[in-house]
Write a protein that binds this ligand. Structure first.
Ligand SMILES: Nc1ncnc2c1ncn2[C@@H]1O[C@H](COP(=O)(O)OP(=O)(O)OP(=O)(O)O)[C@@H](O)[C@H]1O
Length: 242
């Protein structure tokens, strides 16, 4: 679980976030919602350790992330995944090989040298492709997949790598509505069935309400609304998008 207390961040003397308080449980599908420029991506980058903050604390299972040394942060980032918009994938690889590539980090040196993956590794890759609804496209090259399918391959690759927390900055950018909803429905089931925690931002409020389990509204540089397992009221929408 992630707990944020009194987080503040300034860039070049300008306050971007102030007094942010937040509590995220494992298995939640968190969506940061707010007007353009409200600080959603900045908060996502701070929580994923891609960016630093000036005030307050971010705790993971009771451990203060601000106190980790560089190596500890590096190890933690390997367990987390941060994807901004479209994941960069090799267009000439098949979906299956791309997902299998996520295991590379875990392989012992001898396997890296021989380039061999075991039967279990192949099954694991297929398992995650199935989870994101792409088992039938396993042998298709990335270049032949749609934008939404590519995004789901990128997510499966991170899962196979062992990521338990996914930070996704607009995972549906550039996708048509049908593909976007498939990606979001897949993420929702990952949270429910595998206990993966998704922390994301995307501009479509309707989809945030439909698929998110925890909505965090950012306004006036802080968390103005924080609700779980329900839609926003009209009043809450007014507060966020004043
Ligand atoms: N590196 C930077 N230098 C200066 N200002 C920055 C920098 N990064 C972000 N900002 C400012 O911080 C504010 C919040 O930006 P952020 O990208 O977090 O907003 P957002 O809510 O994600 O916006 P959008 O929905 O448009 O993506 C904006 O006013 C932005 O201009």
């Amino acid at each position: 679980m992630i707990t944020v207390r009194h987080l503040g961040k300034s860039i070049k003397g300008e306050t971007i976030l102030r007094d942010v308080n937040l509590h995220i449980e494992n298995g939640e599908f968190v969506v940061f919602v707010g007007a353009s420029g409200s600080g959603k991506s900045t908060l996502l980058r701070c929580l994923s350790l891609r960016d630093s903050w000036d005030q307050g604390t971010v705790m993971l299972d009771g451990k203060d992330l601000g106190e980790l040394n560089g190596f500890q942060k590096f190890l933690l980032k390997r367990k987390w995944a941060y994807l901004a918009e479209q994941a960069p994938l090799n267009p000439n690889r098949t979906a299956h090989k791309t997902v299998l590539g996520g295991l590379w980090d875990k392989f012992p040196l001898w396997r890296k040298l021989t380039g061999r993956a075991g039967v279990d590794d192949h099954v694991l890759a297929m398992d995650y492709l199935e989870q994101v609804g792409l088992l039938d496209k396993a042998d298709n090259k990335i270049s032949t997949l749609s934008g939404g399918e590519k995004q789901r391959v990128g997510i499966a690759r991170e899962l196979v790598r062992g990521a338990k927390v996914l930070f996704l900055d607009d995972p549906v950018a550039g996708l048509n509505p049908q593909a976007a909803e498939q990606v979001l429905a897949g993420l929702r089931s990952l949270c429910a069935e595998r206990g993966v925690t998704v922390i994301s931002t995307f501009p479509q409020l309707e989809w945030a309400e439909k698929y998110g389990t925890h909505l965090v509204g950012i306004a006036d540089k802080t968390v103005a609304v924080d609700v779980k397992n329900r839609r926003l009221t009209m009043r809450e929408k007014q507060i966020i998008f004043q």
